[in-house]
Write a protein that binds this ligand. Structure first.
Ligand code: C5P
Length: 403
């Protein structure tokens, strides 16, 4: 199970650090390669030499160590791993992670990574229960950081309660679960559309909409996070290309459809793009001049429906086609009608009435509508929606829970 897997272990400063040595031993026994980052305070509890002897590798500590950076830059450290494990995860390191700080090698590697991260917190019970730590924990969970422990019991500081780091055997089990989860969609090819489309009026002007592409990009990231070979076709957005995803940039709906067709066959397609319903049929080859007498009238023509077209793609049809329904009223009825009209398998219905703050915002409230019925998801971040959808897609392919 762990044979050939690469773990980047971050050991921060806590008395529980001694247990991390045992964890390394067990990981190595199971065939995993372990590379360790030891924080400055971690080195007060375990020595670089013990860690290095057990990992059979050099131990990394300094962000600005010239030799380290030349041999193995901090970005490369996380790039080379299948999973990052933080054990012990101190209150301080969790706070840094939650706030995106990068002032040493450990926090920088954790900020720079796009790999799954599992943390095993260890701290005094009061520190654990402090609202600041609990708020950081919530933030990190929302972002998909995985946790194991802490356990309850007598602590080195003489107090009793939650705060003890999980035992090496428990961390090991959590590592196996995390690695299995990150390959649930391995070997499956999926397509995601995202962002708005731009429909040209003339060479310099266009019609657009307010879609940010946040949801579609997050879905592509989440699918890639489960190991899928992910292809993203995106309209113009102000977002970076998600790591580990192959991205095609397009402008118009027609270009988006052509790019999607060129990527078939895929096993699943998620159409999250806000495709313009109309293109400008009266599109001018030259820039329209305002010196004429009347304002020009735009003649619009319908755009192709990408979701419907993928749903009708005959023997090229993805076995799962997922669309979105952004509605401002009668959400579920409209979503059911859309499911039938477009011929797709699932519709994720969401309320985009101005008061909902969905468009361009950070959160979404989803109802998954399928032939099997309606599933109401709680309001959550677009990242969390993306992860939940990716898990549901994995369930679907594993023949598990139907939507
Ligand atoms: O028809 P409506 O725009 O409400 O449908 C929304 C769903 O259909 C979304 O999944 C969107 O990505 C998809 N769609 C499409 N091509 C269009 C219009 C919508 O793929 N031309």
């Amino acid at each position: 199970m762990l044979q050939g897997k690469r773990i980047l272990l971050v050991v921060a400063g806590g008395i529980a650090a001694y247990k991390s040595l045992e964890l390394v031993r067990r990981l190595r026994e199971r065939g995993a390669a372990v590379r360790a980052i030891l924080t400055r305070s971690g080195a007060e509890f375990v020595t670089p030499l013990s860690l290095s002897a057990l990992t059979e590798d050099k131990v990394y500590s300094e962000l600005f160590d010239l030799t380290d950076e030349q041999e193995m830059g901090h970005i490369q450290l996380s790039r080379d791993a299948d999973l990052l494990v933080v054990a012990p995860a101190t209150a301080d390191l969790l706070a840094k992670m939650a706030h995106g700080r990068a002032d040493d090698l450990a926090s920088t590697a954790l900020l720079a990574t796009d790999k799954p991260v599992l943390a095993a917190p260890a701290m005094n019970v009061r520190m654990w229960e402090h609202p600041a730590t609990q708020a950081n924990l919530e933030t990190l969970k929302q972002r998909g950081i995985l946790f194991t422990g802490p356990n309850e019991g007598a602590m080195a500081c003489g107090e009793f309660g939650p705060g003890r780091m999980a035992e090496p055997a428990e961390i090991l089990a959590a590592i196996e679960t995390a690695l299995a989860a990150s390959s649930r969609l391995a070997g499956r090819r999926v397509l995601v559309t995202s962002g708005p489309t731009h429909e040209a009026i003339d060479p310099v002007r266009y019609i657009a909409n307010r879609s940010s592409g946040k949801q579609g990009h997050a879905i592509a990231r989440a699918l890639a996070g489960l190991g899928a070979e992910t292809h993203l076709v995106t309209g113009p957005v102000a977002l970076p290309d998600p790591p580990g995803v192959s991205v095609t940039h397009v402008e118009s709906a027609e270009e988006m459809l052509a790019a999607c067709r060129a990527l078939l066959p895929v096993e699943a397609a998620v159409c999250a793009a806000a495709v313009a319903d109309w293109k400008v049929e009266s599109r001018a080859g030259e820039k329209l001049k305002k010196d004429g007498s009347a304002a020009p009238a735009l003649v619009l023509a319908p755009n192709p429906d990408i979701l419907a077209s993928l749903s009708e793609a005959g023997n090229q049809r993805p076995s799962l086609v997922v669309g979105f329904a952004a509605e401002t009223q009668s959400l579920i009825e409209n979503a059911k009608a859309k499911l039938a009209r477009k011929g797709c398998d699932w519709i994720l219905a969401n309320d985009v009435a101005p008061a909902s703050g969905t468009f361009g915002g950070e959160e979404n409230e989803i109802h998954l509508v399928s032939a099997q019925g309606v599933e109401d998801w709680p309001r959550m971040s677009k990242e969390a929606v993306a992860r939940r959808l990716a898990e549901r897609i994995a369930d679907h392919f594993e023949g598990g829970k139907a939507a």
